[in-house]
Design a protein around this ligand. Structure first.
Ligand SMILES: Nc1ncnc2c1ncn2[C@@H]1O[C@H](COP(=O)(O)OP(=O)(O)O)[C@@H](O)[C@H]1O
Ligand SMILES: [Mg+2]
Length: 262
């Protein structure tokens, strides 16, 4: 049975996409079958894994439009899946930008993505959803389809208010739409060990939310190699397995598996 995990943050540039790719790669190294579903119209999952998003067709946008109007078969979903190394991806591109509007008038508008994801559940151990940086209907759809959500927080910028909005949104989706939804945890990205700021941000998060939400001990360090990943079209774990960023994602993935969070 699959586990569905979404990577959530309402802010862009915090490391959601890099985290999806490297946690997926770490899980694949453990012999797990993994698909990443890109729910962001920027199409960064495809770009980061060596594909050109706007050359891809069909994509998630086609599946969601078809699911709004009727049913989507498993065979149709498989037509959208690409493989990069040992990770499968269900990509998105700029066509997904119009979906929020179409969803707003659809029946079951919060569970259109879930109807697609549920059809993938038999085929993968892990389904990882990369979320867009917004709080629109696509994010609600991603949470409605998920068993767990993880929140990467950039270690240079503290917004306890935005963390609260995200945790409240998860709680609202759990109460109204998806009782199975749990927060797997919050973790820090682009962490610079030597700065007081990074340490202080982690402490403030633990102080404010640590009682109710797991804050991972492991933080993902800052490394320019992580930013270069898109140039090579592969996960950092595949490219530079001993890089501290790769090591951190491997430990986070292991912790997710061993503590039964996934
Ligand atoms: N650990 C890291 N160290 C340095 N740069 C990083 C790290 N993680 C991500 N980045 C870079 O930060 C930018 C934003 O990351 P990304 O994963 O695209 O964020 P999001 O998906 O939240 O918008 C990208 O240029 C990415 O390469
Ligand atoms: Mg992204």
């Amino acid at each position: 049975m699959s586990v569905v995990l979404s990577m959530l943050n309402l802010k862009g540039g915090v490391g959601k996409t890099v985290s999806c790719i490297n946690i997926a790669a770490a899980l694949a190294e453990h012999g797990k079958s993994v698909v990443i579903v890109d729910s962001d119209s920027q199409g960064n999952i495809a770009t980061s894994l060596g594909l050109v998003p706007d050359e891809l067709s069909p994509t998630l946008a086609d599946l969601m439009l078809e699911a709004i109007d009727g049913d989507v078969s498993s065979r149709r979903i498989v037509e959208c899946i690409h493989t990069s190394g040992n990770i499968d991806i269900l990509p998105s591109n700029s066509l997904l930008a119009g979906i929020d509007y179409r969803l707003s008038t659809a029946l079951s508008r919060e569970t259109v993505l879930k109807s697609i994801i549920d059809k993938l559940r038999g085929s993968y151990d892990y389904i990882i959803i990369d979320c867009p940086p917004s709080l629109g209907l696509i994010v609600i759809n991603a949470l409605a389809a998920s068993d767990f959500t993880m929140i990467p927080v950039e270690a240079h910028y503290l917004s306890l208010e935005s963390l609260k909005v995200m945790l409240d949104t998860v709680e609202m989706v759990r109460l109204k739409i998806n009782p199975k939804l749990k927060v797997a945890g919050v973790f820090l990205t682009m962490y610079q060990q030597r700065t007081n700021l990074c340490r202080a941000i982690r402490e403030r998060i633990v102080e404010s939310y640590g009682k109710n939400v797991k804050v991972f001990d492991e933080s993902v360090p800052y490394s320019i190699k992580a930013a270069e990943q898109t140039l090579y079209g592969k996960s950092l774990i595949e490219m530079l397995p001993s890089n501290p960023v790769s090591e951190a994602y491997k430990r986070i993935a292991k912790e997710l598996i061993t503590c039964g969070r996934l």
